[in-house]
Design a binder for this molecule. Sequence first.
Ligand code: PMP
Length: 455
Amino acid sequence: MAMTQPAPAPSAVHEGILRRQSLRESSARTYARSLPIVPVRARGLTIEGADGRRYLDCLSGAGTLALGHNHPVVLEAIKKVIDSGAPLHVLDLATPVKDAFITELYATLPEEFARDARIQFCGPAGTDAVEAAIKLVRTATGRSGLLAFTGAYHGMTAGALDASGGATEVRVTRLPFPRSYRCPFGVGGERGAELGARWTESLLDDPKSGVAAPAAMMLEPVQGEGGVIPAPDSWMRRMREITAARSIPLIADEVQTGVGRTGAFWAVEHSGIVPDVMVLSKAIGGSLPLAVIVYRSGLDAWQPGAHAGTFRGNQLAMAAGAATLAFVRENRLAERARTLGARMLAGLRALARAHPCVGDVRGRGLMIGVELVAPDAATGDTAPPAPELAAAVRQECLNRGLIIELGGRHSAVVRLLPPLTLTDEQAVAVLDRFADAMVAAERSARRGGVGVQPH
Ligand code: PMP
């Protein structure tokens, strides 16, 4: 008779999976390194690991989970498609599920934009939509160059990487993204942003600037990976004026800022601008992979098949996405993100007063960043960034059951991207754990374990 083996202890399962991951998966893996957890269950803000530990997830799939994990309306939408017997894969064919998704998406978009818009379903990642947008404007304008910004992040495929701030050997003109903290012009605020706008104008109008007429300007209304940097609304309007006056299409990359995250359904609504192209992904798929570009119909110069791909028809993602968009709209979660985000920023600013290592607290809605700097070093915005301290804070957060991530030029910005469904009590719990983690990380920094980086 076969003897049943006792089930391995949860901690052994956890350890075993992590060990096999490190042996078998690419050294390019990212989050898996800083967050050595093995999620087995999740609901809302909470993730449970294979070792039985529970975490408050303020990474939200890098901003994807607008409604948190496994929201009932998302699960129900997915089950409905499965139970209906609808095909799950249909290339780019029309289906009732897709039709409903487009209708819901268009209902959320700025009216003036949606009225005359075309949508293209591309490969399912944000970076695929960025590629599609670049290709579209190149076809439509017959030009090839691109205007993009310092600190930008648009993805990891070739074109998107070129447009991102880390790229150097590229056909991209790099313009200064406005930032108050560490303003390249030393003045910050609206004035700093205006100087950046003037620089942009002069490059475009000076026949000897070395900048040819570009195919488009691409920007994030709030830079996410670049360190949570909201662009002033006035600057967004200036970029719209500058590009419109020179017939340069403006691409808004709302992959991370969309679906209520910044306190408006789409971040371009804060400034009231109407872009020519919107790049959308992450939350529009309701936690499943989905990406689209939506653009002014006048740009639709593509021939049939000009931008194809096998995975453009993920029915489950469209159903989950439509349910998410509708839930955010009906429950006014953008407004909720605005008020709760403002309260969390105020809480973090109060916390910062007790911690000289906090150089800056900034954000918009529930896209929040805390920039850490070398304690006891220069004050103001010349203090060197402190990536090791930030990594220590992340680890101390994890030890306390809080998942956060880092971003920014030097990975010294702690980023909070909680779901828009975060309750007041959960927000307090997140800030409490964060405050404790700061104290612990600073203590170990004082013991000499943590260094800083030149900037
Ligand atoms: N654009 C922005 C603004 C992003 O934040 C990201 C992802 N963080 C991307 C594009 C790329 O999306 P993906 O990782 O799905 O390719």
